[in-house]
Design a protein around this ligand. Sequence first.
Ligand code: ZN
Length: 97
Amino acid sequence: MLREALSKCICGEQSFLYFVNERGRVGKIIITVIEVPLYICSKCGEQFSNGPDNIRFAKQVKEAVEMGIKRYSFKDVRKAEVKGLTMGGWDARISHG
Ligand SMILES: [Zn+2]
């Protein structure tokens, strides 16, 4: 995994990478996603994820709804995908400011 442990916040401070549980929503269906990578700024509290993670999150939530999954781990789904697909763009670094 080449995701950066630190990323610069819009306020200028460094944000640290955390793995948090997030909820995704498609219509009325709510999916719980475990350990989603998220940068959180210690100064202003701003939370953001990088672009590829965002895209992946949205795609996974949609697929989970289609498969009837209510809860899954962000990392596990990704690992499953890595076996069959090349993860183009996954390691793209965040461009922030
Ligand atoms: Zn900040």
